[in-house]
Design a protein around this ligand. Sequence first.
Ligand code: GLN
Length: 465
Amino acid sequence: MNGQITCVEAVRHYLEKISASSQLNAWLEVYDIEALEKAEMLDSQRKAGAPLGRLHGVIVGLKDVICYKDHKASASSRILENFTSVYNATATERLLGDEAIIIGRQNCDEFAMGSSNENSAFGPVRNAIDEERVPGGSSGGSAVAVQAGMCMVSLGSDTGGSVRQPADFCGIIGMKPSYGSISRYGLIAYASSFDQIGIFGNTIDDVRLVLDVISGPDEFDSTARQRPSHIPAQKDYYKFCYFQNALEHPSLDPTIAGEIKGFTDKLTSAGHTVERIDFELLEFIVPAYYVLTTAEASSNLSRYDGIKYGYRNSNQQNNLNELYNYSRSEGFGPEVKRRILLGTFVLSAGYFDAYFTKAQKVRRLLIEKTKEIFSQYDAIILPTVPTPAYKIGEKKDPVEIFLADIYTVYANLVGIPAISLPLFKNDQGLPFGLQVMSSQNNELHLLSLSKLLINLQLQENNPHL
Ligand code: GLN
């Protein structure tokens, strides 16, 4: 903040926006008094000439899966409805350390499982562009909060697209860094070998600044990357590829296919190279993702048993098993139960090799293929989602919803960074994004490339710029 407005004025502005947009249901809790107190403190420190934190006065929202000490963290689930976190997530700790102001916790799909935010125990979130439509998920509240100007940036989590997909539906930027880039300490687990905190913002600079602050090694997460992100080599012209069968996929909306194809032409006219490649593993990625993530989820969610913490049924049970059964049956919603059952099934003795081992083999093949691709190309471009935002209640078949993750889950299976850039709109005014991916640990390269792509699109749309 450059001193033109105070932190208190900024917080007041965002609190007004939040209360004027309460029908969107983006927030589960707003820390109004606390945010104002923090802002007053920051203002007086600044006036006293104290050096400013890198996020001095930046107003941030947290998806309700990221722990904030002495605040509730429910994962939008009844089972954790009254749970209060006793420590800060590393990401939260670093935001606070650099003087960000956390303004509230944001609604999401229960335990981050879903693609529309309709799986929250606390009601759906509405898309601010059309309130009858979903904002995407699972980090729907975090996306809408940035979309509708209720905070400057949000942190979400992305296990298979939950930052990029709602960013696409809401017309904002959503980035998932490489696996391990941001510590998962204090992130409520869904599928630990996929989970990664991601960032929503309106500009690449905002996303980059937040990434700089919250990423890096962490003694509390052994999977957090030790080495810094590679420094991008600047080039005049880049080499992109896209998967031909992905762009010709029958589930892909023709307008989206057309715009992305058109954009590849712009890239070529600007001197870059764009090549299509065969990606014969495309049809295996969604099944592999759902086998592996549900397996990990069934194990991660076994801790919610009515004993250690969270909801407990306290009147019906006659023995320990009944206590578990009643507490878990009443505490979890239907989508979470479906995934626990599926995950338990794929891990069961008789089926382990047929499902879990096979899916692990697909993951290995994908990693090898990805290395081969990035030995030849700077980035992969794809759509983020096959369709724009749909109506709340419109999609009922869970398998149909799973299949729409076709473009996002790949980056999580192989651990590479990926971003959705809000470059397009259809004729109904609904936004959709361009997804860009770079090789592992190359998020800084991905961000500088993203700037180039946004500028290219802006210039084309406004030739006088
Ligand atoms: N839609 C995907 C799922 O339901 C992604 C969720 C996520 O990234 N948390 O699993």
